[in-house]
Design a protein around this ligand. Structure first.
Ligand SMILES: Cc1cc2nc3c(=O)[nH]c(=O)nc-3n(C[C@H](O)[C@H](O)[C@H](O)COP(=O)(O)OP(=O)(O)OC[C@H]3O[C@@H](n4cnc5c(N)ncnc54)[C@H](O)[C@@H]3O)c2cc1C
Length: 585
């Protein structure tokens, strides 16, 4: 009752427990219910309630008053006002995110509390009104439509994603007992992704200005390969197979290497697959290829761009292989006929984007060769540039495989045992060891991509499309500055005026941040630019609460790197200032 009241007070739109898809996903190991005697149950309930409530409320209200006046002097925004409930929620969430130890322990605390009947419901209800509503768009694609509308009013587009994530322990250990349910879950993920494309397209049909060329459409769909196979170890096996069999490029690219057009040939071969690939893997990978083609076909027909997320390096060779094949097919550029007209209809291009992680040492050379391969192959390159989300996991996995003296079970909080995951043949880890190296790599790759766009803008159809995914102010400043320098954006209304981004550039470049994170940066990008369609996209995951729990845990840990160095405190102060203004004018 209290909970329901609290939900109502906070304006929570999700007071029912809807599970539209399957009740349990086997990609994510369901926590085993712990049966406790009533005495333990009551104690657990009390402890869980107190712990979660203190996580949420502790240290929050005491600092609200102190934080509020600090930023009052800043310029008032002309954007639609945020509701008091969403500001309070942001304040609570960022207060928690500014305590690193709490964040480290978040996945363990969540897993423990949700394994205790009774406490589970309380925990989930609290997670829903805090982290879920902060970082997730809703339980279903339709639930997200009001949010898409609100973002569009604020001048923002969306990168929409049905978010389910793989459990690494299961990937490494290979649980077979849930095989049938896992297959069923994958079928539902594919159906949901197709549905998500329809929802995105229908939303754009109502908003995009040019129905003939389908340009200016800024509701895109993100997908993740590990959610589309019944066993993530299939991608692990395929990656191992690829790095030992595919031809290398010149100059050679560091692990996880580069894809080759022949990578998927093994799926049609009649030969017995080479270990560690099994016949079951081949069957699942062939199904994955068909599913991905169906998704891309629908996206192409409905004018929705598909952005494939990058994952751990032990899956990345497989991810790259599918991406190359899809880009060659669906990003194929129209050939010019003898009469100067394009031989295929103009639609959004590129349809498929792949993700480049700047924390990987391979990325500068890989990006360079990807651009050259796309030009030579006559297809558009779709590139999302991010820093990379799995840095501690990559280091842990490498350490546990590279060193025989490393203690078994090298682990990262919320990740579990990392041994047996890395497939890198190199003595060095695949990621840079310092943040400064990753930053330098990100900025250098951003410059390469912008230079490429600058060469491309006069073409009728884009042969390159870039999404810069970052919460880093400096990187965003550098990108905007370089766009101006290259003539991709023009300053209007004097030196302090906004940058005008013409249609042919807005068709090729976008910036993105995760929903619920660094809104100040997103708002600043919108204020600093002008374009006829959104230049800024928010990445909006959706899914039933139990399904997106792993996403939320990961977000909490990622927040530690994004919101370190005082950034979480800044976010908290920003929320406090807005709450103060709302309450006291
Ligand atoms: C729209 C969008 C889409 C995304 N999609 C993906 C995706 O598909 N795959 C994916 O992996 N991530 C993805 N991310 C997350 C992204 O990779 C980063 O984890 C996150 O954005 C933080 O980086 P930053 O540039 O925003 O901020 P910053 O705070 O400037 O950078 C933090 C990042 O720096 C790097 N770093 C931190 N410490 C070190 C160190 N000691 N040595 C080397 N590098 C270090 C890490 O990559 C860390 O995440 C996405 C992010 C956005 C905004």
């Amino acid at each position: 009752m209290l909970l329901r009241l609290a939900c109502r007070r906070l304006g929570c739109p999700h007071t029912t427990w809807r599970h539209v898809f399957t009740p349990a996903r086997t990609l994510v190991t369901p926590p085993r219910p712990v049966v406790l005697p009533p005495r333990f149950f009551r104690a657990g309930l009390a402890a869980g309630g107190v712990l979660t409530a203190s996580l949420v409320l502790g240290n929050v209200w005491g600092t609200l008053h102190a934080d509020a006046p600090a930023r009052e002097a800043e310029k008032a925004s002309e954007r639609p006002q945020k509701s008091l409930s969403s500001l309070v929620r942001s304040y609570v969430v960022y207060s928690i995110c500014s305590v690193p130890t709490l964040v480290d322990w978040a996945p363990t605390i969540l897993a423990t509390l949700t394994a205790i009947p009774g406490v589970k419901q309380v925990t989930e209800a609290i997670v829903r009104v805090t982290f879920f509503n902060q970082f997730v768009g809703g339980d279903t694609a339709e639930d997200c439509i009001p949010l898409l509308e609100q973002l569009r009013v604020e001048g923002k587009g969306s990168l929409f994603a049905y978010s389910v994530e793989v459990d690494e322990a299961e990937a490494a250990g290979g649980s077979k007992e849930h095989a049938a349910a896992a297959k069923e879950n994958v079928r539902q993920t594919i159906q949901e992704t197709l549905h998500c494309i329809d929802v995105a397209a229908t939303f754009e049909d109502a908003h995009a200005s040019d129905a003939v060329t389908m340009r200016g459409r800024k509701t895109w769909v993100a997908i993740k390969l590990t959610a589309m196979v019944p066993r993530a170890e299939t991608l692990h096996h395929f990656s191992q197979y690829l790095i030992t069999t595919r031809p290398s490029s010149s100059p050679a690219i560091l692990f996880p290497g580069q894809p080759h057009p022949s990578d998927l040939e093994v799926l049609s071969s009649r030969e017995v697959p080479k270990a560690p690939l099994t016949q079951e893997d081949i069957t699942d990978l062939a199904q994955l290829r068909d599913d991905l083609r169906a998704i891309c076909k629908k996206a192409q027909e409905r004018g929705v761009r598909i952005i494939m997320d990058a994952e751990y390096t032990w899956y990345q060779p497989a991810v790259d292989a599918f991406l190359l094949s899809l880009q060659r097919e669906f990003n194929a550029l129209p050939r010019r006929s003898w009469f100067g007209k394009s031989s295929t209809a103009v639609t959004v291009q590129p349809v498929i984007y792949q993700t480049y992680q700047a924390y990987l040492r391979r990325t500068p050379e890989y990006l360079k060769q990807s651009i050259a391969a796309a030009r030579a192959g006559g297809y558009a390159l779709g590139a999302k540039l991010v820093r990379g989300a799995y840095h501690p996991h990559e280091l842990a996995a490498h350490a546990s495989s590279a060193s025989a003296s490393a203690p078994p079970g090298t682990s990262v909080e919320g990740f579990g045992d990392a041994s047996g995951l890395s497939i890198s043949p190199d003595p060095e880890p695949p990621v840079w060891l310092t943040k400064a190296d990753t930053d330098a790599c990100y900025n250098a790759c951003a410059a390469v991509l912008l230079d490429d766009v600058s060469k491309d803008v006069r073409r009728e159809v884009s042969s390159v499309g870039v999404l810069f995914g970052t919460h880093n102010w400096k990187s965003v400043d550098d990108i905007l500055e370089r766009m101006e320098k290259l003539g991709l954006a023009k300053r209007i209304g004097g030196v302090d005026g906004p940058l005008y981004v013409p249609d042919e550039v807005a068709e090729r470049i976008a910036l993105g941040q995760l929903y619920g994170m660094t809104d100040a940066l997103s708002d600043s990008i919108v204020e600093r630019t002008r374009s006829s369609s959104p230049f800024l996209l928010k990445y909006i995951p959706y899914g039933a609460l139990s399904e997106v729990m792993p996403y939320l845990s990961r977000r909490a840990i990622e927040n530690k790197s994004v919101l370190g160095n005082g950034a979480a405190i800044d976010e908290r102060k920003r929320a406090a200032e807005l709450i103060w203004k709302k309450l006291f004018g």
